[in-house]
Design a protein around this ligand. Structure first.
Ligand code: PGA
Length: 256
């Protein structure tokens, strides 16, 4: 049984003070939510992580804390970077790695994503590893080739025990922040394919345990249909995660 995960990707939004307001609103909206059935993570900017850690503790908010990136070294002369151990010490559970914005705007390669995935596991963090095709790649019929390359490279030299814990987010780039969503059937098809890529590389039932999320313009109105698909184990939510009622509706639309 895979426990669904709804993860909010706040991107570069919210000061630490605004983060408190949003997390409290979410706590209120999800007051009756069964977090043991559907997990909820908030992936906030670095500057809000300490604030949210203390808020979750003080207010007993059962959210998992997530970051959106990190360096792959544990420490060193890397001005401006944040290490896996720094995140771990803030009780961060998840770290989004290889988001298409990092790949396309900041030049992250598959190899770099793989370094980060392995560093996350070494530090006791769970990677939310992203993959997905552009509009042009979709039109050229190369969606599967693209996600296969990204997923295989990202999980290179990862042990089966680690692979079992990884969260993969399939996010078609043309659907991110555009209001266009993959149809539930198309998302299911590609996510099922991604599970097959994991199954080809890892023994036994590893692939059956891996949670694979859909991301790209997930909203309250389309969440139930997407989350109802057999292989879709949750969502990575950008824009709609910045609005408490909308994000809470996505969580409530997700069944264990
Ligand atoms: P979106 O972003 O929900 O705003 O499309 C998703 C993401 O980039 O993770």
């Amino acid at each position: 049984m895979r426990r669904p995960l709804i993860a909010g990707n706040w991107k570069m939004h919210k000061t630490h003070l605004e983060a408190i307001v949003l997390a409290r609103q979410l706590g209120h909206e999800l007051g009756n939510h069964r977090f043991d059935a559907v997990e909820v993570a908030l992936c906030a900017p670095f500057t809000s992580l300490r604030t949210l850690q203390t808020l979750f503790d003080a207010d007993h908010l059962p959210f998992a804390l997530g970051a959106q990136n990190m360096h792959h070294q544990m420490q060193g002369a890397f001005t401006g970077e944040i290490s896996p151990t720094m995140l771990k010490s803030l009780n961060v559970k998840y770290v989004i790695l290889g988001h298409s914005e990092r790949r396309e705007l900041f030049g992250e390669s598959d190899e770099e994503v793989n370094h980060k995935v392995r560093a996350a596991f070494a530090a006791g963090l769970v990677p939310i590893m992203c993959c997905g095709e552009t509009d042009a790649e979709r039109d050229a019929g190369s969606t599967e080739a693209k996600v296969q390359r990204q997923v295989a490279a990202g999980l290179d030299r990862v042990t089966p025990e680690q692979a079992r814990q990884v969260v993969v987010a399939y996010e078609p780039i043309w659907a991110i922040g555009t209001g266009k969503t993959a149809t539930p059937e198309d998302a299911q098809k590609t996510i099922c394919f991604v599970r097959g890529v994991v199954a080809d590389r890892f023994p036994g039932d590893v692939a059956g345990d891996v949670r694979i999320l859909y991301g790209g313009s997930v909203k309250a109105g389309n969440a139930a249909a997407l989350m109802g698909q057999q292989d879709i184990d949750g969502a990575l939510v950008g824009g709609a995660s910045l609005e408490a009622a909308e994000f809470a509706s996505i969580v409530k639309a997700t069944r264990a």
